[in-house]
Design a protein around this ligand. Structure first.
Ligand SMILES: *Cc1c(COP(=O)(O)O)cnc(C)c1O
Length: 428
């Protein structure tokens, strides 16, 4: 007898196409989006509208610290929204004060300012630096090549990548770029107008490149010597991702003098809110009161709701020891990817990173990616998607893995199998 397979109803069948067409007609096309229409998730799993399941190693670009739809966030949102959602920064409220205290206790003596995003946190640091140098006429901030600091006009001026600046000239003045991990270049770039240095502890968008311990310690010394602020953009590499709260704490583990290292200020966002928009910067004494009343502000930043969520995330990370998980599962993933690279040197060039911030650099001449078209990183990511794994491309050759901090080891193993299947296929 002939089997009759019922067709799905047309509306379900076309859901992806319909949603994509809504975007094409109504959403500013400033993103090159992947051909995926996502519906719902749970932990490190996510489903598209057709019901296909993916393992998520992209984590919404290092944002979903507890994975998708975590009960803890729902609880915090429900509980806090029943009390107070928003009051503005004209008033005091418990969640903001408590969150500032919690963050400072993880970094060092200092104070916090709350924003809604990473770029706003960086903007606050730029203003802090300008205020610091204002009376001496110093204003210039030196950043590094391949850095990424966000998309506002000041942040694209700060970012050391031409592609984010093109078409938006004239640039905000006062930013210069020097090669990363090059202390001599930094020293040589300092002028009488220089007021601060800003670096990422691990360059994220630039391709997952950690700072060396010598670089961090050298920059600290240089900033002390020249009276510069050392600013760290910890938006992507912060919040326990590297296996310590801050990447510099991980990088300087066991290094003589490392436990005394501290930047003057640092920015946070991404994993801080687990998907609820919140950013922050921390600034140490004696600079914590530089931005006095009326000098900086935001309507939404540090709302009771956002801070309650961030506090809950901190509580879960601590209670479930996710910093150890990031270190262990991240270390396992990196080792296995490095082994994969040794097995398939024609496909994988290097694997680097710390904790659950891993970059896999593809070989430069993979035959399947020859010719015109999308970058190898995007083409490889498309293959991963087809095989059931989400990841984030960086630059033209690098695949980033930035999964939830509670990624299970068996999920890491499942992801590795998927990555290996794609790599083996490409190796032919
Ligand atoms: C994502 C990112 C930013 C910008 O954060 P937004 O929340 O997108 O404004 C800034 N710096 C780094 C290092 C980032 O990874």
């Amino acid at each position: 007898m002939k089997e009759i397979v019922p067709q799905p109803p047309a509306i379900v069948h076309n859901e992806a196409a319909e949603i994509q067409s809504l975007f094409h007609q109504n959403v500013v096309p400033s993103y090159g989006r992947f051909d995926l229409v996502l519906s719902h998730g749970s932990g490190s799993q996510i489903w598209d509208v057709s019901g296909k399941r993916y393992l998520d190693f992209g984590g919404g670009i290092a944002v979903c610290s507890l994975g998708h739809a975590p009960a803890a966030i729902t609880e915090a949102l429900v509980e806090q929204s029943r009390r107070l959602v928003h009051v503005s920064n004209f008033y005091y409220h418990a969640p903001q004060g408590r969150l500032a205290q919690a963050l400072a206790s993880l970094i060092g003596p200092g104070k916090c300012f709350f924003s809604n995003s990473g770029v706003e946190a960086n903007e606050g640091l730029f203003k802090l630096a300008r205020k610091f140098g204002h009376d001496e006429g110093r204003f210039e901030i030196i950043t590094t090549v391949n850095s990424f600091h966000g998309r506002t006009l000041a942040a694209i001026a700060a970012t050391g990548q031409e592609k984010v600046k093109k078409g938006f000239e004239p640039a905000v003045p006062g930013f210069r770029h020097v090669p990363y991990n090059d202390l001599a270049a930094m020293r040589a770039a300092i002028s009488p107008a220089t007021v601060a240095i800003m670096i990422e502890g691990v360059q994220g968008e630039g391709g997952v490149t950690p700072a060396t311990p010598e670089y961090l310690l050298g920059l600290r010394q240089l900033c002390d010597e020249k009276k510069l602020l050392l600013l760290m953009d910890s938006v992507q590499c912060g919040h326990f991702r590297t296996g310590r709260f801050q990447s510099y704490q991980r990088i300087l583990e066991g290094v003589p003098g490392g436990d005394k290292f501290m930047p003057d200020a640092l920015s946070m966002a991404k994993s801080l809110g687990g998907g609820f928009p919140i950013g922050a910067f921390w600034v140490r004494q004696p600079y914590a009161d530089l931005l006095g009343a009326g000098s900086h502000g935001t309507t939404y930043g540090g709302s009771p709701l956002a801070c309650a969520v961030a506090l809950k995330i901190l509580e879960v990370i601590q209670h479930e020891k996710l910093v150890d998980n990031a270190r262990e599962v991240g270390g396992f993933l990196k080792t296995r990817l490095q082994e994969l690279g040794q097995k398939y040197p024609g496909i994988i060039q290097t694997v680097r990173g710390l904790g659950l911030m891993i970059g896999m650099e593809l070989a430069s001449n993979i035959p399947a990616f020859a010719g015109e078209g999308k970058t190898p990183a995007v083409r490889f990511t498309n293959l991963l998607h087809a095989a059931g794994l989400l990841a984030i491309p960086a630059g033209t050759q690098i695949i980033r893995f930035l999964p939830a901090l509670n990624l299970h080891r068996n999920e890491a193993e499942e992801g590795l199998k998927i990555i290996e299947s794609v790599v083996a296929n490409l190796a032919g």
